[in-house]
Design a protein around this ligand. Sequence first.
Ligand SMILES: [Zn+2]
Length: 96
Amino acid sequence: MVLPLTGGTIYATQFPCPRCVQSIIQVGIRRVVYLEQKPHQVAAIAAANKMLRDAGIEVKALSELEAESPTWSARLEQFIHDSRQPGEPPAPPGDV
Ligand SMILES: [Zn+2]
């Protein structure tokens, strides 16, 4: 089964290279969220960024969107820990 990607968001560990950006544009993805930019790929990133801009695709670093997430994870973990009843066995692995 092929799911349409039109209007979707892609999450990438790296800023996408121009070849990937071509595919991103072709399949109709409208938003790119990336984790980091490699400093040695400045030229490729600049080219890719221009392609994305020209196509009207929104580009965000994850840190711009989720600056709070590391704090949130720690607070959630603490909350789960604190809400456990005394004597209750620890949650099985993978249980949140
Ligand atoms: Zn690529």
